[in-house]
Design a protein around this ligand. Structure first.
Ligand code: ZDP
Length: 279
């Protein structure tokens, strides 16, 4: 069976977008997603994203498979790409610049800003250990500057859920981190029962940080939207960051704001179409 797809990226975090509006079941299996994401034997991507019919009164539903076939709850760069993809699909029938998207992390609301940027209401971060989930502290406690032994070193970690789990560590020099060695040991550490995404953050200024990420189920990627949001929250919780900051990723900058008014996170960044095809 031929499958039409469109390739998008958000700061080099790249996805295969599938028009799945005529069925509420993804038309690609997790096994096929692994093949499609392969950079040598497939299209190449960090994940496959499906635009499905809306549920519970939303406009659309987003589902995503990581390049290892696992299914995360949310995807920050991916939902910007999804918004741009939906606008393309709707074409002249488009009536709004804002979409309410049902995800496994709740309703997320991207807004097309008209200049190629997409601003996303990412919802309220979850901070309790039981919500991450992690066993680093008792379930009803936050995980801020906790000690964790990984790869023969002691790290101070802060954990945040943006629907998906993130473990954040502040370091003096992100370039010096051996991500490919350390990342997998965080991802599979026994204190993270659902595994974890891992972010290393260098605070340049309270409103400007550098980030490198090891993603659960995808490994090293050029950017991670949920990770940038989680990192800003961790920066605020540890007194290192202001509530609004630029997060510089290997693929470029994201602007993140944790609103004092509604406690929600707003993420602004690009979504770009690369090409369309059929497999
Ligand atoms: O939580 C996970 O398993 C992530 N790999 C999901 C993808 C996150 C993403 N990189 C982002 O931008 O939030 C798409």
């Amino acid at each position: 069976m031929a499958i039409e797809f469109t390739k998008y990226h958000g700061l080099g975090n790249d996805f295969i977008l599938i028009d799945n509006r005529s069925s509420s079941t993804p038309i690609v299996t997790p096994e096929q997603a692994i093949q499609l994401c392969d950079r040598h034997f497939g299209i190449g991507a960090d994940g496959v994203i499906f635009a499905l019919p809306g549920e519970n009164g939303t406009d659309y539903t987003m589902r995503i498979f990581n390049s290892d076939g696992s299914e995360p709850e949310m995807c920050g760069n991916g939902i910007r790409c999804l918004a741009a993809f939906i606008a393309e699909l709707e074409g002249d029938n488009r009536t709004s610049d804002t979409y309410r998207i049902h995800t496994l992390a709740g309703v997320i609301t991207p807004q097309l800003m008209g200049d190629g940027q997409v601003k996303v209401d990412m919802g309220v971060p979850r901070l309790l250990a039981g919500e991450i989930p992690t066993t680093l502290t008792p379930e009803a406690e936050k995980v801020i500057n906790q000690t964790l032994e990984v790869a023969g070193n002691t790290w101070q970690v802060t954990c945040v859920s943006m629907g998906n789990p993130h473990c954040i560590t502040f370091v003096d020099d992100v370039a010096a981190i051996s991500l490919e060695n350390i990342g997998p040991q965080f991802e599979h550490h026994s204190v993270f029962p659902q595994r974890t995404n891992t972010e290393f953050i260098e605070v340049v200024r309270p409103d400007y940080v550098k980030m490198r990420v090891w993603e659960r189920g995808a490994g090293i990627t050029l950017a991670c939207g949920t990770g940038a949001c989680a990192s800003l929250v961790a920066g605020v919780l540890t007194g290192k960051c202001q509530r609004a900051a630029t997060v510089e990723l290997p693929g470029g900058p994201l602007y993140i704001e944790w609103s004092e008014i509604d406690q929600r996170i707003y993420m602004t960044g690009p979504a770009e179409k690369v090409f369309a095809g059929r497999v």
